[in-house]
Design a protein around this ligand. Structure first.
Ligand code: THU
Length: 131
């Protein structure tokens, strides 16, 4: 899948977003090492803290289907700015894919490429738990 196709999948995933409170629709498309792609959208809740982001929806879908090895994720919001992943999503992505490549897109499909080393330096991981 090309980068543009993965970004397109994230843009399309926004159509399923349930975001009546923020009206900010987010889509994500997570590519596994075997080429499988899992999409996700944000799912809001009247108890705001129970909201789930698009990226975590995608990764939880993938892990619950037996996938744990990921190479890229595209994330698309609904504004002219790139949709940077929130801190919780960065942490969850880091758990499974510290070397993940991220394609961060605007609503218009323009994207910047980055990685978790840049977005989550000095991260906390399994290695920090000691014995
Ligand atoms: N949102 C995501 O889906 N991903 C992020 O990384 C940032 C925020 C969603 C959550 C909420 O539904 C809306 O965007 C506004 O915060």
């Amino acid at each position: 899948m090309t980068e543009q196709e993965l970004v397109r999948a994230a843009l399309d995933a926004r159509h399923h977003a349930y975001a009546p409170y923020s009206n900010f629709h987010v889509g994500a498309a997570l590519e596994c090492e075997d080429g499988t792609v899992f999409t996700g959208c944000n799912v809001e809740n009247a108890a705001f803290g129970s909201t789930m982001c698009a990226e975590r929806t995608a990764i939880f879908k993938a892990v619950s289907e037996g996938k744990r090895h990921f190479c890229r994720i595209a994330i698309a919001g609904s504004s002219g700015d790139p949709c940077w992943p929130c801190g919780s999503c960065r942490q969850v992505l880091s758990e499974f894919a510290p070397d993940l490549e991220l394609l961060i897109s605007t609503a218009g499909g323009h994207f910047v490429k980055t990685d978790l080393t840049a977005l989550l330096p000095h991260s906390f991981g399994a290695g920090n738990l000691g014995e």
